[in-house]
Design a protein around this ligand. Structure first.
Ligand code: HEM
Length: 439
């Protein structure tokens, strides 16, 4: 694995990269030579064609090496067990930004300066002890007690959003419901004005589209946009620091936390983006994915309508089914042998949660969407190990409340057109979901 990755050579613009690596998504992956399979191609996710790739890899080459891709060479871990193994061995498989971080794309030939606008450390991209120290600072915002306190507010907000929806008319569920509810939730946990939620949504979308030529000519342009997020939260930080009584919002926790109060601007922006993207894209796409899955499985939708007490079991099933975070990356810190394959120190390893969640050797009838399955929380959508999602209960609560409020109001939400998927191998997202609510 010594070839330089794209990012170590002359950088291509987003459009050039997309054109250089274009593929025909309609080619059956079973017709492609195994060693040429590149399951990370963003087009596969944009056209919803990735599943057969992973099905084949799980069966024929569960730990797979792709030698050439837009992201450089990488290993794919595709089974439930291998993903768990990698995610729980953080001593071997590092998340540290300086070792390569958690996203595909290799690392720059030289480490950027600590104040470079493109260098954004955040605690999801740290190993212990720094990860643990910073995570501890924000953990109190996600305790069951705190989440319970937010529940009433979410009920009201979800109710208000649903009451405003048009009847007998087609609209995009993603914008009117999924984005709205998660945006309002984020503004609440940061304790910023609700009207500023659009800014948070915009910065979250910016992170997801840094490499998308329809948004930015180059990733650098996208990073420049992100620094407006710093300016905004720098103002919030100063206001929170000046209060005599510390608040119980996330920014106040960062202002007063020992491991976070002296963060550099780059680190502050990095951690803010982690909390924004962490709380936004994931829940948003689970909300949209649930409506789609129930429409694609009408018997399950009927079951739900007849028995709303299934909601708490259905919610984790929706999160498994959607797998809104398709993967996380790690970098091997030493040579490791797994299944007779030699992973070398420095190699990039991708844990495909979206594939592990369809592994029928670990999850019974994994390729079926079953809202009353036994043990529905046995899935990988929140990761595993020390980085396991901090907001998992908050995300589940939002979905639970939303579905309770939906069932109080509407007999059915009908999907009336094809979903438009995000062009991303990281966030398994839905950009548009045309629906109609019968009046
Ligand atoms: C359905 C909803 C959600 C899904 C599927 C999800 C998924 C994930 C995944 C896969 C990880 C990385 C796990 C790993 O590397 O092992 C993660 C980490 C994280 N998530 Fe979530 N997430 C969700 C909701 C949220 C919410 C609502 C928040 C609140 C802001 C949040 C905040 C975070 C944070 C801060 C981390 C970093 C944890 C660490 O590095 O220790 N997530 N999430």
């Amino acid at each position: 694995m010594s070839e330089p990755s794209e990012s170590e050579q002359e950088p291509l613009s987003n459009r050039e990269a997309q054109e250089k690596w274009a593929i025909d998504v309609n080619v059956d992956p079973y017709q492609i030579p195994l060693d040429e399979l590149n399951p990370a191609h963003p087009s596969l996710f944009e056209h919803n064609k990735f599943e057969a790739y992973f099905e084949r890899l799980r069966a024929e080459d569960p730990l797979h090496l792709t030698r050439e891709s837009a992201f450089g060479p990488y290993w794919s871990a595709t089974t439930f067990r291998d993903i768990m193994y990698i995610d729980t061995h953080h001593d071997i498989f590092s998340s540290d930004i300086d070792n390569g971080g958690i996203r595909m794309g290799g690392r720059p030939a030289e480490k950027p300066a600590a104040d470079s606008p493109f260098y954004l450390p955040m605690f999801i991209m740290q190993d212990p002890p720094k990860h643990d120290d910073q995570r501890k600072v924000v953990t109190p915002s996600f305790t069951p007690k705190r989440i319970q306190e937010l529940k009433g507010l979410i009920e009201q907000r979800a109710g208000a959003i649903l009451d405003d929806l048009p009847r007998n008319e087609e609209f995009n569920w993603v914008r009117k419901v999924s984005v709205e509810l998660t945006g309002q939730m984020l503004a609440t946990i940061f304790d910023v004005p609700q009207e500023d939620r659009h800014k948070l949504i915009h910065w979250s979308d910016t992170v997801e589209n840094l490499g998308n030529p329809d948004f930015f000519e180059t990733a650098e342009e996208g990073f420049q946009e992100l620094w407006k997020c710093f300016e905004y939260f720098d103002g919030v930080w100063k206001e929170r620091a000046s209060r005599t009584e510390p608040g119980d919002d996330l920014i106040s926790s960062l202002v007063h936390g020992e491991a976070t109060r002296n963060m550099t601007p780059n680190e502050f922006l990095g951690n803010m983006l982690l909390l924004i993207v962490g709380g936004n894209d994931t829940t948003r796409n689970s909300i949209s994915g649930g409506v789609l899955a129930l429409n694609q499985n009408p018997a399950q939708y009927d079951k739900l309508v007849n028995d709303p007490s299934l909601i708490p079991k259905m919610v984790p099933e929706i999160i498994r089914w959607q797998s809104p975070v398709a993967h996380m990356c790690r970098t091997a810190m030493q040579d490791v042998e797994l299944h007779g394959k030699q992973i070398k120190a420095g190699d990039k390893v991708v844990m495909w949660y979206i594939s592990g969640n369809r592994d029928s050797t670990e999850i019974a009838r994994a390729d079926e969407f079953l809202i009353d399955r036994e043990n529905p929380r046995r899935h990988l959508s929140f990761g595993y190990g020390i980085h396991r999602c901090l907001g998992n209960r908050l995300g589940e609560m939002q979905l639970t409340v939303l579905w309770q409020e939906i069932l109080k109001r509407f007999p059915k939400i009908e999907v009336v057109g094809d979903p438009v998927y995000l062009r991303s191998n990281f966030i398994h997202g839905i950009r548009e979901l045309p629906v109609r609510i019968p009046g």
